[in-house]
Design a protein around this ligand. Structure first.
Ligand code: C2E
Ligand code: MG
Ligand code: MG
Ligand code: MG
Length: 286
């Protein structure tokens, strides 16, 4: 009897695995279609100056307009895209689209810096720097207008040549931002040999700065460290005025978050930019 149950359990487990791999297979097919049918979209979240609240740039954030499941956040499909080897193609589209937006902004007299998120997978490709350069050239966009965000989480992976690639980027005049800083433990000594220009303090760090003195003390120490290394500091996920005030008091340079704006369509970004250059400060945009 026990043996029989055991066998049933085994078969149940087997069926679960089968179903999971069916789902993976389905996701793979859908992602392929998303690429060919152009179901991806980019939204832009404004980055503002901490003191003046002026918009000085934006972060491009990917969305998938799924035919039946609606608008999907990258957290629900990036991992699968990485696993199926599709991330390079998707991110090439992201960079190309971003360059298009930068050049459209320029045509309106707006000098925009836009950040894009790279996947750590892409750093396995030794041609990455050259590849990005060719996209910039195709759109006649200056490297100084593009910021490449790379997550601090994987930046010490021994099998991926981060250091070399970041050096290539730097030589090409591309700016590099270390994303998700403070989310996972990172060996701080790596900061001395990685060529980065900016750190982005993760929302898990900035969340409690207005209500917890220790949380603020940690952020203050990180800002000091970053500044001592000559790095720019962006605080992410700023939702409340009290957080903005606390972060400004410890010297954060720039901010992003729902307090200022959610990720928006290109046109709203341009409008926000023109609006804010005229009358500031504006408490909330969208
Ligand atoms: P991230 O780069 O750290 O981006 C910040 C995330 O926080 C975004 O989520 C943004 O919409 C959200 N956010 C911004 N302000 C606030 C706030 O005030 N409160 C809260 N609760 N959330 C806020 P999103 O767009 O869902 O992106 C999630 C992650 O997906 C990104 O994290 C990034 O790692 C990745 N990602 C986004 N676009 C791309 C892309 O084009 N390629 C790749 N490879 N990854 C991407
Ligand atoms: Mg990012
Ligand atoms: Mg981030
Ligand atoms: Mg993050």
């Amino acid at each position: 009897k026990a043996k029989e149950n055991g066998k049933n359990q085994y078969r149940f487990f087997d069926a679960e695995i089968e179903q999971a791999s069916d789902e993976m297979q389905q996701t793979r097919i859908e992602l392929k279609k998303a690429i060919t049918e152009q179901e991806f979209r980019l939204l832009f979240q404004p980055k503002v100056d901490a003191m003046t609240r002026l918009v000085y740039g934006a972060e491009a954030l990917l969305r998938w307009q799924h035919p039946s499941r609606g608008l999907l956040s990258p957290t629900s499909f990036i991992e699968a895209a990485e696993r199926f080897g599709m991330i390079e193609e998707i991110n090439a589209w992201v960079i190309s689209q971003t360059c298009h937006t930068i050049s459209q902004a320029r045509a309106r007299g707006i000098d925009l810096n836009i950040s894009v998120n790279l996947s750590s997978q892409q750093f396995r490709n030794k041609q990455l720097g050259m590849h990005i350069q060719s996209i910039l050239e195709a759109h006649q966009v200056d490297a100084r207008n593009l910021i490449l965000e790379v997550s601090a989480t994987n930046v010490t992976h021994p099998q991926i040549p981060f250091k070399e690639t970041l050096r290539d980027f730097s030589q090409q005049g591309l700016k590099i931002s270390l994303d998700d800083f403070g989310l996972h433990p990172v060996n701080l000594t790596h900061l001395q040999d990685l060529e980065v220009n900016e750190v982005k303090l993760d929302r898990s760090l900035t969340r409690h700065v207005a209500t917890s003195a220790p949380a603020l003390a940690i952020v203050e120490a990180m800002v000091k460290l970053a500044h001592a290394l000559g790095l720019n500091v962006v605080a992410e996920g700023v939702e409340e005025e009290d957080q903005r005030r606390a972060l400004t008091s410890v010297g954060c340079d720039q901010m992003q978050g729902y307090l200022f704006s959610r990720p928006v369509e290109q046109q709203f970004l341009f409008d926000a930019f023109s609006q804010l250059q005229l009358k500031s400060p504006t408490p909330s945009l969208f």
